[in-house]
Design a protein around this ligand. Structure first.
Ligand code: AHR
Length: 513
C-alpha cells in the first residue's frame, strides 16, 4: 500500500456543467418469491402489526425509511417458472405449485394484486418481470393486458372481478431473468434469447409503445459469455428495448478482506464495458440511441456459503418459505454496499435504474422474526442515507488518495467519492477502502457556493469490522455523527477511519452567517 499523503491537496468536485441528472429509479429494490421474503417476511397474517391483508406494518415502516423507489418483482430465478395467473383471483382457489428454482412450495397467497397493495403502502413503484424461461410472448402479452388494459376485454373483466377496476399502470418490464445462466429454467443461447426478447418486446410495444423494456444482459461479468452475450442480444433487440440489465454480487472470499473492499472497481468496469458494447452496437447501426443500464440485481451475497451448505437441501423436501439466503451483514459488508452505491451514482448518466437485491430476509437490509420484531441490517444504513440525501444532479469528485494493490485490479484508489447537488445544497458520499489506514480527505467545495455549513454528517465504522445486528442485538451497529468534518476557506476536510463509509450534507450558509 502506498503511504497516505499527510495533508493531501484538496480534491475537486466537477464544475456545475459536468453534472448529470440522477434518476431516482437507481434507488430501486427487488422482491422475489424466495425463502422468507414474501411469506414470513413482508406477509405474515398472524403478526401483531399485520394489516387486513396480512402485510406486516413494521416491515412497511422500515421499507419506507429505506427509501426504495421502484421494486422489481416477482423474480429472479423464480419468475422463469412462474404462472402469473396462479397469483390472481380468490386466494382460497389459488393452486399450490412447486418452485423449481428454489426447491420450495409456492402457495400463491400473494400475487399481483396483493403485491401492488403492499407497494402502495411502502410508496414504491412496480417493475414487473415476465417469464421467458418456461413461457413466451403470448403469456407476457396476457399479463400486460391484465395489468395495464383499459378497454373492455376478457383480461380486464377478470382483473375488475378480482377487485381492481383501474389498470395497475406498470411502465417498466423485464424481459425474463438471467437467461444466460445454466441454473435458469429455460436458459437459452444469446441468439435464441435475443430473438425471443425482440419478438416479445415488439409485441408488447404494440400494446403500448411507451413501455420501458429491459433486456437481460449477462448474469455476471464473470460469465464466460459476457460481452458476446450483450453484443448478440442487443443486435436483436436494439430498436425495441430501453435498458440492458447487469447483475453483480460480491463477497469476501478466502479471507481476503482487502480484495473484497475493492469490489466496486469490478462494478465500475462492468458498467463501462456494457456501455462500450451498447454504444458499439449503436455505432454499427449508425444510431445515436443510448441504451441505458438497469443494474437490477446488486449486493453483497455470500454465495459460496449458499452453494456449500444451503444448496444441498434434501431433494424430496419442498418446504414453504424456508430460511434461504439469510446472510447476516457486517459493517465491512455495509461499507462495500456504500461503495457500490457511490459507483452507481458515478455512472448515473447511463445507469438509470438499479435494484438492491433483495429487500427482506433474503440477502436483505431488513430482517424479520415470525411473530417477533423486524430490524435493520448494517447494509440498511448506506442505502437509506444515500437515498435520502442524494440530490437531483450528480457531480464527479476527484480526490487525492493513496492506492493499494489488488490482485484482480492492480492499483486501486483507497478513497472513492461522489457528490450530488440540488437547490438545497450539496451531498458528499465517501468511502475508505483501506483495511488499516485512516484517510485524510480534503475537497474544495468553494466552486459550488459562497459558503456552506455542515447540516448533517454520518459515519459507518466500527472497531470490529465484522460487527453485525441480530435479533438479540438489533441496534449494535448504527451510523454515528461524523465528528471532525470541517470547512475552512472553502475546503472540506475529514478523516475517514479504515473500512468506513460516510455521508455529509452541506447547506448554503445564510447570508451574513
Ligand atoms: O437474488 C438471488 C438470485 O440471484 C436471483 O433469483 C437470480 O436472478 C440471481 O442469480
Amino acid at each position: 500500500m502506498t503511504p497516505p499523503a499527510s495533508h493531501p491537496a484538496p480534491g475537486r468536485i466537477g464544475p456545475a456543467d459536468s453534472s448529470f441528472p440522477l434518476d431516482r429509479r437507481v434507488f430501486g429494490g427487488f422482491v422475489e418469491h424466495l425463502g422468507r421474503h414474501i411469506y414470513d417476511g413482508i406477509h405474515e397474517p398472524g403478526h401483531p402489526s399485520a394489516d387486513a391483508r396480512g402485510f406486516r406494518g413494521d416491515v412497511i415502516e422500515l421499507v419506507r425509511e429505506l427509501g426504495v423507489s421502484t421494486i422489481r418483482y416477482p423474480g429472479g430465478n423464480f419468475v422463469s417458472g412462474y404462472r402469473w395467473e396462479d397469483g390472481v383471483g380468490p386466494v382460497a382457489e389459488r393452486p399450490r405449485r412447486l418452485d423449481l428454482a428454489w426447491h420450495s412450495t409456492e402457495t400463491n397467497e400473494v400475487g399481483l394484486h396483493e403485491f401492488s397493495h403492499w407497494l402502495d403502502q411502502v410508496g414504491s413503484e412496480l417493475m414487473l418481470a415476465v417469464n421467458l424461461g418456461t413461457r413466451g410472448t403470448a403469456e407476457a402479452l396476457d399479463l400486460l393486458e391484465y395489468a395495464n388494459g383499459a378497454v373492455d376485454t376478457e383480461w380486464v373483466r377478470r382483473r375488475a372481478a378480482h377487485g381492481r377496476a383501474e389498470p395497475f399502470g406498470v411502465t417498466m418490464w423485464c424481459l425474463g431473468n438471467e437467461m444466460d445462466g445454466w441454473w435458469q429454467l429455460g436458459a437459452r443461447s444469446a441468439a435464441e434469447y435475443g430473438a425471443l426478447a425482440a419478438r416479445t418486446a415488439r409485441a408488447m410495444r404494440r400494446f403500448d409503445p411507451h413501455l420501458q423494456l429491459v433486456v437481460c444482459g449477462s448474469s455476471a461479468r464473470s460469465m464466460p459469455t459476457f460481452g458476446e452475450w450483450e453484443r448478440e442480444v442487443l443486435s436483436h433487440t436494439f430498436d425495441d428495448v430501453d435498458f440492458i440489465s447487469c447483475h453483480a454480487y460480491y463477497e469476501e472470499r478466502d479471507g481476503d478482506a482487502q480484495e473484497f473492499l475493492a469490489s466496486a472497481v469490478d462494478m465500475d468496469l462492468f458498467i463501462r464495458q456494457v456501455v462500450e458494447i451498447a454504444d458499439e452496437v449503436a455505432a454499427a447501426r449508425g444510431s445515436d440511441k443510448r441504451i441505458m443500464i438497469s443494474f437490477d440485481e446488486w449486493n453483497v451475497w455470500y454465495q459460496s456459503r449458499w452453494n456449500a451448505i444451503e444448496g444441498t437441501q434434501p431433494l424430496g423436501e419442498w418446504p414453504v418459505a424456508p430460511r434461504l439466503l439469510e446472510d447476516v451483514y457486517t459493517v465491512q459488508d455495509a461499507v462495500v454496499v456504500g461503495d457500490l452505491l457511490i459507483t452507481l451514482l458515478q455512472h448515473a448518466d447511463r445507469v438509470a435504474s438499479a435494484s438492491l437485491a433483495q429487500l427482506v430476509n433474503v440477502i436483505g437490509p431488513i430482517m424479520t422474526e415470525p411473530g417477533g420484531p423486524a430490524w435493520r441490517q448494517t447494509t440498511f444504513f448506506p442505502f437509506s442515507l444515500t437515498s435520502r440525501l442524494a440530490g437531483a444532479r450528480v457531480l464527479p469528485v476527484a480526490v487525492e488518495t493513496s492506492t493499494f494493490r489488488s490482485s484482480r485490479f492492480g492499483e486501486v484508489p483507497t478513497v472513492n467519492a461522489v457528490a450530488t447537488v440540488d437547490d438545497g445544497g450539496l451531498s458528499l458520499f465517501l468511502v475508505n477502502r483501506s483495511l488499516e489506514e485512516s484517510a485524510e480527505v480534503r475537497i474544495d467545495v468553494a466552486g459550488h457556493g459562497a459558503g456552506f455549513d455542515v447540516a448533517e454528517s454520518h459515519l459507518l465504522h466500527e472497531a470490529d469490522r465484522y460487527a453485525v445486528n441480530t435479533l438479540d442485538d438489533p441496534d449494535r451497529v448504527r451510523p454515528r455523527p461524523f465528528d471532525g468534518v470541517a470547512i475552512d476557506g472553502g475546503v472540506l476536510s475529514a478523516t475517514l477511519p479504515p473500512v468506513s463509509w460516510a455521508a455529509v450534507r452541506l447547506t448554503p450558509r445564510p447570508v451574513g452567517g
